[in-house]
Design a protein around this ligand. Structure first.
Ligand code: GDP
Ligand code: MG
Length: 176
């Protein structure tokens, strides 16, 4: 089977680790200081359930509660990774605002989403419990994971889980 093309956007408040997760997934390394203003699209081949995928990963510059949802991220994106940091209550609030805007702008009731609580290695500074994250994701009917980009903990799982969610949403009938 030829690889399926899938376009994924990674969104969330600034400094939650969007670029670190992207680079860890695509290049297998942790970059400590990455220009926070850079918006980049990475390409990565991966395989899930015997299906090959070519993933285009759009690493966004970050949003806050006042950001207008960027329209370029509302079209031909198959699924979203919404990231907060477990050390930042603010980032957990912002991710909920982003979610509301996302549903508004796509006009869909269900969008494939994985909610990610990043920076689990900083557990001494934890502000958001795993239960809080899980509850929010459940209310969205989305998948939920906690990760550490720094320790490469569950990073590939984010993208594999999202690809499965996208397949479910497709019902395996629509080829895009
Ligand atoms: P972005 O603005 O969301 O793209 O965030 P970055 O990926 O640029 O990361 C912001 C800061 O958090 C940088 O200093 C990263 O090194 C750091 N960071 C990102 N992920 C982790 C993580 O899992 N653990 C720790 N300890 N630091 C992280
Ligand atoms: Mg970044």
């Amino acid at each position: 089977m030829p690889p399926k093309q899938r376009k994924i956007a990674i969104m969330g408040y600034r400094s939650v680790g969007k670029s670190s997760l992207s680079i860890q997934f695509v290049e297998g390394q942790f970059v400590d200081s990455y220009d926070p203003t850079i918006e980049n699209t990475f390409t990565k081949s991966t395989r899930v359930n015997s299906q090959d995928y070519e993933v285009k990963l759009v690493d966004t510059a970050g949003q806050d509660e006042y950001s207008i949802f960027p329209t370029q991220y509302s079209m031909d994106i198959h699924g979203y990774v919404l990231v907060y940091s477990i050390t930042s209550a603010k980032s957990f609030e912002v991710v909920q605002v982003i979610y509301d805007k996302l549903l508004d702008i796509t006009g869909k009731v269900h969008v494939p989403i994985v909610l990610v609580g990043n920076k689990t290695d900083l557990y001494v500074d934890r502000m958001i419990t795993a239960e809080q994250g899980k509850r929010l994701a459940d209310s969205w009917h989305a998948a939920f994971l906690e990760t550490s980009a720094k320790q490469n903990e569950s990073v590939a799982d984010i993208f594999h889980t999202l690809l499965v969610e996208i397949e479910k949403a497709d019902g395996n009938v629509q080829e895009k």
